[in-house]
Design a protein around this ligand. Structure first.
Ligand code: GLN
Length: 251
């Protein structure tokens, strides 16, 4: 069977997520179509949705204006797997406030039972990369790219914290919702997208074990490592990676 996966294309790094999801499908031995989606009608046909990183207020406002937010909410409530990345995680949350500005008036899906702190690690110049892991998901080592990243503070009882960095929660799972504070699509490692496609596979009835899905994931090198790269290095890396694609906004 073939799955239909959409990347919400209001703003943010859409193309990188399409590429990463296609790589993940190939690694998982799954067939599927991955494309950008905007309209309620496109979203209504999906088996899985990625809400990418970017600027959460902008993505939320645009989704509100064209009615996408309502269809997204309905689909997730009916069990469609969703992967919220950075701004996408913020949009999924029940509560969000900015570390400096505090509570802001922004549309949220209010489905993920967490309180999110926006820009929790600082602003653009404080961006960094670090080694992270999510043992419960079978991801023993991956590189986290944090760009104006949020962190997750209050957890509802059905929410699992699946990864932490410097005592802050940076990835959560609540049933069919996966949310991460960093950008896995800006690395060459499709582990997080591969875990997400395995959620879609389980949901669409074409199940296989997590072990099998993650068999190519590397062994850990070290735990609780400090950020390896300073901001200057990240700027070089991310400029190359983001080149020729939708830019994340400076905020
Ligand atoms: N700081 C952004 C926001 O609050 C998210 C940044 C990102 O997606 N990289 O929306």
């Amino acid at each position: 069977m073939s799955v239909n996966i959409g990347v919400l294309a209001m703003q943010g790094d859409v193309h990188e997520n399409i590429v990463a999801t296609r790589a993940a499908l190939a690694r998982a031995g799954m067939k599927g179509i991955v494309k950008q989606v905007k309209t309620p009608s496109e979203i209504s046909k999906l088996d899985g949705l990625i809400i990418p990183g970017g600027e959460s207020t902008m993505i939320g406002q645009m989704s509100l204006v064209n009615g996408a937010i309502k269809t997204i909410k309905d689909k997730i409530q009916k069990g469609m797997p969703v992967f919220g990345i950075c701004a996408g995680l913020i949009l999924l949350s029940k509560n969000a406030k900015d570390r400096v500005v505090g509570k802001m008036n922004q549309p949220l899906l209010e489905l993920l039972d967490v309180r999110v702190e926006r820009n929790s690690f600082g602003r653009q110049r404080d961006s960094f990369e670090a080694e992270i892991s999510a043992q419960q998901l079978g991801i023993v080592s991956s590189r986290g790219v944090f760009i104006r990243a949020p962190s997750i503070e209050g957890l509802g009882k059905n929410v699992q914290a699946v990864s932490k960095f410097n005592e802050k929660i940076i990835a959560v799972k609540q049933g069919n919702i996966l949310g991460v504070a960093f950008h896995p699509e800006l690395t060459n490692d499709p582990s997080w997208h591969k875990y997400f496609v395995s959620m879609i596979k389980s949901k669409t009835g074409n199940n296989s074990s997590r072990q099998q899905n993650n068999k190519n994931i590397r062994k850990p090198q070290s735990k609780n490592q400090k950020p390896k790269f300073n901001t200057a290095k990240l700027n070089i890396a991310s400029k190359n990676q983001i080149k020729n694609s939708t830019k994340l906004p400076q905020q």
